[in-house]
Design a protein around this ligand. Structure first.
Ligand SMILES: C[S@@+](CC[C@H](N)C(=O)[O-])C[C@H]1O[C@@H](n2cnc3c(N)ncnc32)[C@H](O)[C@@H]1O
Length: 350
């Protein structure tokens, strides 16, 4: 039997074929469909659903076995008819998955850091060595070096739409990881301030090493204490990855407000792991614009702990009474995050 293959329409033409031929063609068609890109999503979905069903059945049968065993050891207690309890089984399932998911997330985070370093030919990993600055150790305000996370910080900066007339500053630059991330965006200048000479030297070396991959016109790291360093009046993004707390933080932020008051402009504080969030809001000089997860891949309900990056827009004394509308996160989760971080929230940081 000959079937015309040009203009073949499965629904119309298959109906006219004998049963065995129809089956064979339908099998082949499903193979062809499976080869399409869209089907990969469906395959993954089916695999995930099957896995969940398997794990669910395992937990249910485990629950059943435990109850039967209990009855064998204690025959006095009347036999309880086994009734599946989906809620507790799902809870167990979630607990069962939590460990492996957490480990997978950590592995991906680590891989991301390694990829960043090897791609740019730099070293931004923390060495575990204590800082050499005695003042830094004595004053409990200053946090030790730890590099920020590449993809979340890049995303936060890109959402602020950097342009070639803007200047970005990192207070507490460490080995310059932020400088390299921001340096890949079209800023006019990216400047880092680092109190520890060794770390500042390391940052300068990293900048040199990755120069040909940077897009910003100037990328530099200055050795200085933020307490004595005035914020430049052309800065539009001030980044901080929890570099200091307490009086040091307050002095640094007062320098930011002074710079804004000298020259009011679009100025954002991008605060990674915002330890001083409540105090910063209490100044009344900032409005929360956006919130992002500070790790990639993002944790489930990431906005409920301190692992966030918050973008605060600096406002004038006058504007604080009538703040202009905030930027709205596009997704439901971003809106929830914004809701939680637009107010003081007593978040505990460690
Ligand atoms: C958590 S690390 C952040 C590193 C970098 N910003 C990044 O994201 O990769 C904090 C850094 O702030 C520096 N730091 C602490 N107190 C400082 C101060 N008073 N002035 C300048 N830098 C300071 C520390 O030496 C440390 O390297």
């Amino acid at each position: 039997m000959h079937t015309c293959v040009t203009n073949f329409q499965p629904h119309r033409d298959l109906a006219s074929l004998p049963c065995c031929g129809r089956d064979a063609i339908q099998r082949n068609l499903s193979v062809v469909r499976l080869a399409g890109w869209g089907s990969w999503a469906r395959i993954t979905q089916s695999v995930v659903i099957s896995l969940i069903v398997c794990l669910y059945s395992i937990t249910m049968s485990k629950q059943h076995r435990t109850e039967s065993k209990q009855h064998r050891t204690d025959p006095v207690t009347p036999i309880r008819v086994f009734r599946p309890d989906p809620a507790s089984a799902l809870l167990r399932l979630a607990r069962l998955c939590a460990g492996p998911v957490e480990r997978a997330q950590r592995a991906l985070e680590h891989l991301q850091q390694r990829l960043f370093d090897s791609w740019l030919g730099v070293s931004t990993q923390e060495s575990g060595q204590p800082t050499r600055q005695p003042g830094l150790v004595e004053s409990g305000d200053n946090r030790p070096y730890d590099g920020c996370q590449w993809l979340p910080v890049r995303r936060a900066l890109r959402d602020l739409a950097p342009c070639s007339s803007e200047v970005s500053v990192d207070l507490g630059a460490g080995k310059g990881k932020f400088l390299l991330i921001a340096g890949r965006l079209p800023y006019q200048a990216v400047t880092g301030i680092e109190i520890d000479e060794d770390l500042a030297l390391w940052a300068t070396r990293n900048i040199e090493q990755s120069k040909r991959r940077l897009r910003a016109q100037v990328v530099e790291c200055i050795t200085a204490d933020v307490m004595e360093w005035p914020i430049p009046d052309d800065a539009s993004v001030i980044f901080m990855y929890n570099p200091f707390i307490g009086p040091t933080f307050r002095t640094a932020v007062s320098h930011i407000f002074e710079s804004y008051d000298r020259r009011p402009r679009k100025l954002h504080i991008v605060y990674d792991y915002p330890w001083e969030h409540d105090w910063l809001l209490s100044t009344g000089r900032v409005v929360v614009d956006n919130v992002w997860p500070r790790s990639w891949p993002a944790r489930l309900r990431w906005w409920l702990d301190g692992n966030v990056i918050v973008s605060y827009r600096v406002v004038s004394e006058k504007e604080r009474e009538h703040p202009s509308p905030q930027m709205r996160g596009p997704s439901f989760r971003s809106r929830l995050a914004l809701q939680r971080w637009s107010m003081p929230n007593d978040q505990r940081f460690e």
